[in-house]
Write a new protein. Structure first.
Length: 228
C-alpha cells in the first residue's frame, strides 16, 4: 500500500498513540511510522502521522500550535486528572453561575501560565515517561509528589456550552471549552487550574484535538479508511 509521507488521522476513543501506530502497521504492511505528539487513550481527534521519509518532519510538526475542545467537570478531582483515575475529592457545585461569569473566568486562563504538568503525562524523567512512574506508584497506593512546573501559553479560551450534571448524587457543572494553545500545554493542567479559579475541584471529562498548525480534523481520515 502506498501512502503519502504525512497522514492526518482522527484517533478514536480508547486507542493509545502507540496503539494507533500498531494498527496502521497491521493495516498497511509499512513498518516506519511516527507521530507529532501523543494523545491519551481517552482523548480523540487529530494526530499527524509521519510515514517512512515523512517521519523526518515530525520534530518540527510537534512544535506547532494546537486546538482542542475540552469538557471540564467542576465538582471533583481525580488521581489522573481525567475520568480514568480514582476520585480524590468531591464538592457539590451549589452556586448558579451566569454565562457571563463562566466566560469571564475561563478567559482568565488566556496568557502564559506556570502550571504543574500532570503526573500522567508522556514527559520523560530519567528516560521513563511520567505516566509509567505514576501507574507504578498507584499500584503501591502511592502518588508522585514532585512533578515538573512549566510555562504554558494559551491564546484563546472560548466557552462552547455548559450544563449541570449529577455524578454519584453530587451536583456538578460541566463546561465545554475550545482552547487554542502553544505546544507543550497540558489540558488536564488547565482543567485543574480552572477549577481553582472557580473554587471547586475539577477534572478533564473529555478531550478532542481539532487542529495542529494548519492541519484540521475535517481533513483527517478514520481508521476505517484502512483495511486490516
Amino acid at each position: 500500500m502506498e501512502l503519502p509521507e504525512l497522514l492526518l488521522i482522527d484517533k478514536p476513543f480508547g486507542v493509545s498513540s502507540f496503539g494507533l501506530i500498531r494498527l496502521l502497521r497491521q493495516a498497511t504492511g509499512i513498518r516506519k511510522f511516527g507521530h507529532a505528539g501523543t494523545l491519551d487513550p481517552r482523548a480523540t481527534g487529530l494526530m499527524l502521522i509521519g510515514v517512512e521519509k515523512g517521519t523526518k518532519r515530525l520534530a518540527e510538526l510537534v512544535k506547532l500550535d494546537k486546538e482542542y475542545v475540552a469538557l471540564i467537570r467542576l465538582g471533583e478531582s481525580r488521581t489522573t486528572g481525567d475520568l480514568e483515575g480514582k476520585i480524590v475529592t468531591q464538592k457539590a457545585v451549589t452556586e448558579i453561575f451566569s454565562a457571563e461569569r463562566i466566560s469571564a473566568t475561563v478567559a482568565t486562563l488566556i496568557g502564559t501560565l506556570r502550571l504543574p504538568v500532570s503526573a500522567y503525562s508522556a514527559i520523560k524523567k530519567a528516560g521513563v515517561p511520567m505516566y509509567k512512574r505514576a501507574r507504578a506508584a498507584a499500584s503501591r497506593d502511592e502518588v508522585i509528589s514532585e512533578v515538573p512546573i512549566r510555562d504554558m501559553t494559551i491564546y484563546e479560551a472560548e466557552v462552547m456550552s455548559y450544563s449541570p450534571v449529577i455524578v454519584d448524587e453530587v451536583s456538578m457543572l460541566e463546561v465545554s471549552i475550545r482552547f487554542k494553545v502553544a505546544s507543550g500545554v497540558y489540558i488536564r493542567s488547565l482543567a485543574e487550574e480552572l477549577g481553582k479559579r472557580f473554587g471547586y475541584p475539577a477534572t478533564l471529562a473529555a478531550l478532542r484535538r481539532t487542529q495542529v498548525g494548519e492541519y484540521r480534523i475535517e481533513n483527517a481520515q478514520t481508521l476505517d479508511s484502512f483495511t486490516v
